[in-house]
Design a protein around this ligand. Structure first.
Ligand SMILES: NC(=O)c1ccc[n+]([C@@H]2O[C@H](COP(=O)([O-])OP(=O)(O)OC[C@H]3O[C@@H](n4cnc5c(N)ncnc54)[C@H](OP(=O)(O)O)[C@@H]3O)[C@@H](O)[C@H]2O)c1
Length: 257
């Protein structure tokens, strides 16, 4: 897909860039002059993304392996960024995990894995990147990948829904706190999109039929269909938008039957 933006020389850090939505965002920013920092746990998959962003036109990029559940890993990544770029203009907090487990079977370990990845890590990275780079730079931009599951409770996904509702309201609070510092914080909220996270559900015909019948556009989204909203919120075209969100939901929230 072709997009129209200008991120010339902007340093963009994307978590979850090894696959799925994060990879699609990386390929989007790559078309418009961004210097990309790609991060995830899987080195080989990060290399695949690096090849794709080069094909898309990115001339400067760096991959950093980092587990966002490990504070020391995030600190090492921040130190590497300080040394190689000395700034972060745009942070996209995309890394996330889902689950489909009856609530009564969810261990506290699983609860903390989901909340730790989806909510604690975006808080840690946002606050540390603001403190380390954005305040000194005189501004910055954060886009958090929340979910329509942050508005509706997903049966079998209590921890996921809680984490994404948390991301939405955390983003509003941070937007209020940092508006005076010229730092904007927004969310995008995708509905079910065809990635590794959703593929296990897609194997169930009944689930697919239910999802498609409840979605006005009648289908799942493709990762590329969620890119424009992220690029828009990260761009100067959205300079008066903060503490807000864009739903990418095939009409689910707005349409009642
Ligand atoms: N797909 C959907 O329907 C949908 C809908 C709404 C919102 N979202 C949100 O969109 C984001 C991306 O989801 P996706 O669908 O692209 O999922 P995905 O294909 O499963 O990819 C998940 C990404 O998160 C990274 N990740 C997970 N745990 C991590 C950890 N501990 N440390 C570092 N990276 C970690 C993975 O990296 P490695 O594999 O390299 O570790 C991978 O790059 C998530 O926040 C998700 O909640 C997805």
């Amino acid at each position: 897909m072709k997009y129209v933006f200008d991120f010339t020389d902007k340093v963009v850090l994307i978590t979850g860039a090894s696959r799925g939505l994060g990879r699609a965002y990386a390929c989007g920013f790559a078309q418009f002059g961004a210097k990309l920092i790609l991060t995830g746990r899987d080195e080989l998959k990060l290399k695949e993304t690096a090849d794709l962003v080069e094909k898309a036109g990115c001339t400067e990029h760096k991959s950093i392996v980092c587990d966002v559940l490990v504070e020391a890993d995030m600190d090492r990544m921040l130190a590497e960024i300080a040394e190689s770029y000395g700034r972060v203009d745009i942070l996209v907090n995309d890394a996330g995990v889902g689950h489909k487990i009856p609530a009564v079977d969810v261990s506290m370990e699983e609860w903390h894995r989901v909340l730790g990845t989806n909510l604690d890590a975006p808080f840690y990275l946002s606050t540390h990147i603001v403190k380390k780079f954005m305040l000194a730079q005189g501004g910055g931009n954060i886009v958090n990948i929340a979910s329509m599951g942050g508005f509706s409770g997903i049966p079998g996904g209590a921890a996921y829904s809680a984490s994404k509702a948390g991301v939405l309201n955390m983003s509003r609070a941070l937007a209020g706190e940092w508006a005076k510092d010229n730092i904007r914080v927004n969310c995008v909220c995708p509905h079910y999109t065809e990635t590794d996270m959703v593929r296990p559900l897609m194997a169930y015909d009944a689930w697919m039929k239910l999802n498609n019948s409840r979605t006005p556009l009648g289908r799942l989204a493709q990762p590329e269909e969620t890119v424009g909203a992220v690029l828009f919120l990260a761009s100067d075209m959205a300079s008066y938008i903060t503490g807000s969100f864009i739903q990418i939901d095939g009409g689910c929230l707005g349409v009642a039957y």
